[in-house]
Design a protein around this ligand. Structure first.
Ligand SMILES: C[S@@+](CC[C@H](N)C(=O)[O-])C[C@H]1O[C@@H](n2cnc3c(N)ncnc32)[C@H](O)[C@@H]1O
Length: 220
């Protein structure tokens, strides 16, 4: 198994942000929202926090699926937040989705959220323990959390094969970022060790396909 190759934490290159926003993540993002609802079937209202919300597609899908919920999306990248604001305005959802351009490590909420989600953020972080620490701190005890990210493949060749299989025909910048993200990602065992270190082993880890892990459950 290869070691992690870190990538920059924040996606603040405007060209990179636009390529990401234009990519077709419909199946993955809708699947993420559907999974959140499966983990949290009783949630019909309340405040959901999205850490590393990127261009805002998941917050939009979530409030459309749960019309009495509101979302705060947080991302440290100014171009990502600009794209997210534009998408939210176009969707007519500015009253239900709040976007904040800041690092989650600096986030202060007026009160803890009722649930938290995060897709594809953890692999950007040099210190992943900060993420689990803040996740726990930013929600009410007993809240449902759902976190998903990429799995690090066995070798650079396997990473390239995944890029070729799933991002065929995508722009070069997106393929490059996908490859680097795979090399920066964590293994299932590493995620389990992070959860154990923060006393979060009650959360369940699942590996739903050849390139993702998912962690979900109630956080205390
Ligand atoms: C790969 S994108 C995922 C975007 C979105 N969650 C999605 O699934 O479409 C990861 C995002 O996390 C953001 N990010 C990285 N480190 C961050 C931090 N410390 N605080 C807030 N956002 C961060 C990046 O700027 C980037 O927009």
């Amino acid at each position: 198994m290869i070691s992690r190759v870190l990538e920059p934490e924040v996606m603040d290159d405007p060209e990179q942000a636009v390529a990401y926003a234009k990519a077709d993540f419909e199946e993955e993002n809708q699947g993420f929202v559907d999974r959140f609802r499966e983990y949290n079937p009783d949630m019909t209202e309340g405040h959901v926090l999205d850490l590393g919300c990127g261009p805002g597609d998941i917050p939009i899908r979530l409030v459309c699926a749960l019309p009495r919920c509101r979302v705060t999306g947080v991302d440290a990248s100014p171009p990502m937040i600009r794209l997210a604001k534009e998408a939210v305005r176009k969707a007519g959802l500015t009253d239900r989705i709040t976007l904040r351009c800041e690092r989650f490590q600096n986030l202060v909420l007026p009160e803890p959220a009722d649930a938290a989600i995060s897709n594809s953020l953890l692999h950007h972080l040099h210190n992943p323990l900060q993420f689990w620490y803040w996740l726990k701190k930013l929600v009410k005890p007993g809240s449902v959390v759902l976190v998903m990210d990429l799995l690090r493949p066995e070798s650079p060749e396997s990473a390239q094969a995944i890029v070729d299989q799933y991002a065929k025909g995508e722009p070069a910048i997106l393929r490059r970022d996908f490859y680097h993200s795979l090399l920066a990602a964590f293994t299932e065992d590493e995620v389990a060790a992070q959860l154990a270190e923060l006393n979060l082993s009650r959360l369940l880890i699942d590996v739903p396909d050849d390139r993702h892990w998912v962690v979900g459950g109630r956080i205390y």
